[in-house]
Design a protein around this ligand. Structure first.
Ligand code: ASP
Length: 587
């Protein structure tokens, strides 16, 4: 090896040893008679010392010629430092240099390779290999490695086997848009990149593998956001001869194990909530349960505490629903106006906000006092379990819309009140999702999870009566309001699978053409099976306390799906196009 030690490992016990270190020049401080140099590698920083009179002149000269990020090797003796730095592991020692070699000079980097950098997003993406030299970025990828390692260890212990599934597969019409790859050997035909290995893992169950997992790349051609990349990684799993309960327990175990191993955090047992309750109590299928502030319906299916008092907005509304913000009765008119404007922004689109201050003296003061007597409003306060000092915030309108808007308001109030502590983690299973959702624009039913998801056995007869009411044996895991994983018990009988494709608008021929391989497999002895996939990048970003998954991907793409470092996607040559039998015409 070119070195005897790394830059993170020397301490007082090495004093007087001669060592050879290699690394990058982090910083040089030239104080005339003395030069200090911080040498950096993946493991840490070690201080080198050059001293006029004690260090050979040619070595001193080389030291003075060094710039940031030069790659050097150096020999020297470990000595105790006079002024110690307890912020770094090697802070008690330094190296009195005897030899210094420049292995490779470096151009001045386009941004500071420090935790606090002056580089903007674009430049750091372009020079990602330099950004990856920064401690905080590298640490994210080390954390990712830990999450992968402990995932494998946990699943290996439970007899799961990792099987690789193909990356060049068949384009299918369900789900997101596919990325496609032209086939040279089959002119005019295309492979698709997998949105997930879903059908393959099911076929592995038919093959008798019993327990499968894979940490696997998936590809979806969707519009991008901070938590989405066109290629991303899943922890993909499937099990045979299990019930939903087995899957939930196995993977709650995985997640709790990861929290304990990676974060040293004891994740509480994961509570469960039906989709219907999640929507009713939080207006979201991924509620953040670090804080309460549950919805109460003042006018809804079970009661009506608002109609018939002359307030048209509530009279006309399908749903009147509120939350109670603790200790916020002190909110001024200005603050409430500002909150109302926040809700009226096009991103949320509320028409207005009704509020009730439950003053500490017990009096109730609302923005609709003209229409409602204190007696009426008292009933609202009771429905919301409000206490003196609280502020009640109420939205109304079409049920779905009002719930969605109140979900935004709840999260905003949670943030404002400091109830969404990033160091606290609360996971939740959301169960019993609807099997289907209706696409108004397309005028047909879509699978809410995917077409292979099994209806709840007790709801199967509803497939012929009321499609919207059929619940699925499908589940999501949500952590701090972020969906981190989801899966389902699968259909494993050909006839039911065929029926499902029919409901989704496939003709029998289309279903056979697209998914015949799976339905045929079901005729050769398919075991009952169920599974789940976790968003691996997302899990990592949660462990790392960041919103964006990009920070946890070594070479991510930007919001337009470009890799600006290698400049991709790019045009291909005429020759390649010809070989692929492709003519390009940008329309
Ligand atoms: N393949 C599914 C997905 O990517 C997960 C699953 O059902 O296991 O969402």
């Amino acid at each position: 090896m070119l070195r005897t030690h790394t830059c993170g490992e020397l301490s007082l016990e090495h004093v007087n040893q001669e060592v050879v270190l290699c690394g990058w020049v982090q910083r040089v401080r030239d104080k005339g008679g003395m030069i200090w140099l911080d040498l950096r590698d993946r493991y840490g920083i070690t201080q080198l010392l050059f001293e006029e009179g004690k260090t050979q002149a040619n070595v001193l000269e080389t030291a003075r010629s060094l710039g940031r990020e030069f790659v050097i090797s150096t020999k020297g003796v470990v000595i105790e430092r006079l002024s110690k730095n307890d912020k770094i592991a090697t802070g008690s020692i330094e190296i009195r240099v005897t030899e210094l070699n420049v292995l490779n000079p470096a151009k001045l980097p386009p941004f500071l390779i420090e935790d606090e950098t002056d580089g903007g997003d674009d430049i750091r993406m372009k020079y990602r290999y330099l950004d990856l030299r920064r401690n905080i970025v590298r640490k994210n990828l080390q954390l990712r490695h830990q999450v992968a390692r402990h995932t494998r260890a946990y699943l290996d212990d439970l007899d799961f086997i990792e099987v690789e599934t193909p990356v060049l597969i068949k384009s299918t019409p369900e789900g997101a848009r596919d990325f496609v790859v032209p086939s040279r050997m089959n002119p005019g035909e295309f492979y698709a990149l997998p949105q997930s290995p879903q059908t393959f893992k099911q076929l592995l169950m038919v093959a008798g593998f019993d327990r499968y997992y894979q940490i696997v790349k998936c590809f979806r051609d969707e519009d991008l956001r901070a938590d989405r990349q066109p290629e991303f990684t899943q922890i993909d799993c499937e099990m045979s001869f299990v019930t939903q309960e087995d899957v939930l327990n196995t993977f709650e175990g995985l997640v709790r194990n990861l929290f304990s191993k990676v974060k040293n955090f004891d994740l509480p047992e994961v509570p469960r909530m039906t989709y219907a309750d999640a929507m009713r109590l939080y207006g979201s299928d991924k509620p953040d349960i670090r804080f309460e502030m549950q919805f109460a319906e003042l006018k809804g299916e079970s009661q009506d505490l608002t109609s018939g008092k002359g307030f048209g907005v509530f009279d006309d509304a399908e749903l009147v629903v509120g939350i109670c913000a603790p200790d916020c009765a002190v909110y001024t008119r200005k603050q409430l106006d500002e909150l109302t404007d926040w809700l009226k922004r096009p991103q949320i689109g509320a028409k207005g906000l009704i509020y009730v201050r439950y003053n500490t003296d017990g009096s109730l003061k609302s923005s609709v006092d003209k229409f409602y007597a204190e007696e009426d409003i008292k009933k609202w306060a009771e429905a919301l379990n409000a206490k003196p000092g609280d502020l009640i915030l109420i939205l109304s309108g079409a049920a779905d819309k009002a719930r969605k808007q109140l979900n935004e308001l709840r999260l905003e109030m949670g943030s404002r009140l400091g109830l969404r502590d990033p160091n606290v983690y609360r996971a939740l299973w959301v169960l019993d999702f609807p099997l289907l959702e209706y696409g108004e624009a397309e005028n047909r039913w879509f699978a809410m999870h995917h077409p292979f998801t099994s209806p709840k056995p007790e709801d199967i007869q509803l497939l012929d009566e009321n499609l919207g009411a059929v619940r699925a044996n499908a589940y999501d895991m949500v952590i701090n309001g972020v969906e981190v994983g989801g899966g389902s018990v699968r259909i494993f009988e050909k006839e039911l699978q065929k029926k499902m494709f029919g409901i989704l608008g496939f003709s029998e021929e289309e279903a056979q053409e697209q998914f015949g391989f799976l339905m045929n497999a079901f005729e050769f002895g398919a075991p009952p099976h169920a599974g789940i996939a976790f968003g691996f990048d997302r899990l990592c970003s949660i462990f790392g306390g960041a919103d964006s998954i990009r920070d946890f991907i070594a070479f991510p793409k930007n919001n337009s799906g470009r890799d600006v470092m290698i400049d991709s996607p790019s045009l291909i040559s005429e020759v390649q196009m010809k070989e692929l039998s492709i003519k390009s015409e940008i329309v």
